[in-house]
Design a protein around this ligand. Structure first.
Ligand SMILES: Cc1cc2nc3c(=O)[nH]c(=O)nc-3n(C[C@H](O)[C@H](O)[C@H](O)COP(=O)(O)OP(=O)(O)OC[C@H]3O[C@@H](n4cnc5c(N)ncnc54)[C@H](O)[C@@H]3O)c2cc1C
Length: 412
């Protein structure tokens, strides 16, 4: 039996970040994962500028340390391919200079990125990392806190506070916190690794393709080191059910039949299996805490509904969970009422962004409008610049919500 004040369940980006922030404050914790690192995680492997910021918040030297890893590619922007076939290229930073600017984002297999974080964890004596421990039972203790155990009741952990960061399929989220998967706020995704896809961008722009016959879903191609590409699809679960789609068939169909993809994938090799996983979207506010627990990252459904980005939000919530845990320890208060400050902090930071992305997600229901934006922006420098800035400045994204933006766009 392990006994601890703070146990973090899951050592993905959310859990590892929480543990590292606790260690920074001198607080010890148990960090438990069912896997042994390095381990794979189904993901697009794109790490935005927000991830770089969160690395910096953990420790100022981490972004540079990560940029010197061999297993990553700096990425300078996004190509959006509209349903009408126009390509809108949006650099993350306007007038970027790859030879002198620090990259605004990266693409790195999660096998490597998550292991990079776990390597940092292993350097902190305050963190006890327990791998290969599959926690399936959560028993509330009389005096507060939980007793956690595996399937056979073995490997027990007694904890005063539980930070739940065990991802999209968290049993705790469903059975104890009572949050259900809602098809309107849940996306299904598939990921494959291909070698030899042709014409990947020289500056490693990631590609998001919005095909007419696959809306409101999207298809992506993200370049990776070593001539690999992360290729995948994502779509709202409600749309998959109503259209009765088989995502894997759809993905292979698009590769085989869309002329441009057909050409670029000709001779490319699928490496490993096509794997699927869920994306709990943050398009709706949920209760993220209760007596003696906080939900972090995917376990709290914090994925951006438009971009599908969840690594940064997992790290942001992990950071706030650590701050709240320190307060709980100082004041010896683990009550649901006290924990509310965590929900507030997370949504103060993320809600505006998540709400806006929800609006943009709805744009996918209006392909003609999407086509107009893409077509105008390819010809209009100022508009392209505005969209580029939107990726760095959330307030600019507000413009997309205003009808006047579209009016000017369509009639100027
Ligand atoms: C197809 C797809 C594409 C995506 N693309 C992107 C992208 O390009 N960029 C981006 O930012 N986000 C992307 N996301 C979202 C991103 O993967 C998640 O938001 C992110 O992994 C959340 O981190 P986390 O720490 O909350 O959970 P996870 O990364 O899922 O980590 C959870 C950890 O908990 C452990 N665990 C699970 N159950 C147990 C248990 N019972 N006992 C002990 N340990 C347990 C797991 O082994 C794992 O290590 C994508 C997701 C999918 C499915």
């Amino acid at each position: 039996m392990y006994k601890t004040d703070v146990c973090i369940l899951g050592a993905g980006p959310g859990g590892a970040t929480a543990a590292l922030h606790l260690a920074k404050k001198g607080a010890s914790c148990l960090l438990v994962d069912k896997a042994v690192f390095p381990r794979d995680k189904v993901c697009g492997d794109a790490l935005s500028g927000k991830v770089v910021n969160e690395l910096r918040r953990i420790s100022p030297e981490l972004p540079a340390l990560f940029s010197h890893q061999r297993e990553q590619l700096p990425s300078w922007g996004i190509h959006f391919i509209s349903p009408g076939g126009q390509k809108l290229s949006v650099p993350f930073k306007y007038n970027y200079k790859p030879e002198q600017d620090a990259p605004a984002g990266y693409i790195s297999k999660r096998l490597d990125f998550d292991n990079f974080l776990v390597d940092q964890v292993k350097q902190h004596p305050e963190i006890t990392l327990l791998e290969s421990m599959d926690i399936t039972k959560y028993e509330r203790q009389q005096g507060g806190g939980f007793i956690l155990s595996g399937k056979n009741g073995d490997q027990q952990i007694e904890t005063r506070l539980l930070i739940v960061a065990n991802g999209a399929q968290s049993g705790f989220t469903r059975h104890i916190a009572g949050l259900q998967q809602e098809p309107e706020h849940y996306c299904a995704g598939l990921r494959a690794y291909y070698k030899g896809v042709q014409d990947l961008d020289a500056d490693n722009f990631i590609e998001l393709h919005f095909f007419k016959d696959f809306l409101p879903g999207y298809f992506w191609v993200f370049p990776l080191p070593g001539g690999f590409a992360n290729v995948g699809v994502g779509m709202l679960s409600s749309a998959i059910s109503s259209k009765k789609l088989n995502l894997k068939k759809e993905m292979l169909r698009m590769i085989a039949t869309h002329p441009e993809l057909q050409r670029r994938f000709n001779g490319a090799e699928l490496v490993g299996d096509i794997k699927g996983y869920g994306l709990p979207l943050g398009s709706k506010k949920r209760s993220l805490s209760g007596d003696s627990y906080m939900l972090v990252g995917d376990a709290g459904a914090l994925i951006d509904p438009f971009t599908g980005e969840g690594v940064s939000n997992a790290m942001i919530s992990g950071c706030w969970a650590a701050a709240q845990a320190i307060l709980c320890l100082e004041q010896q208060d683990f009550s649901a009422a006290f924990m509310q400050a965590y929900d507030k902090a997370v949504y103060n930071r993320l809600w505006k962004e998540l709400k806006l992305s929800r609006q943009m997600q709805k744009l996918l229901n209006y392909p003609w409008l999407f086509n107009q934006v893409a077509s105008k922006a390819t010809k209009n420098q100022a508009l392209a610049e505005t969209i580029s800035c939107m990726f760095n400045d959330i307030d600019l994204r507000e413009k997309l919500k205003q009808p006047s933006f579209y009016f000017k766009l369509l009639f100027n």
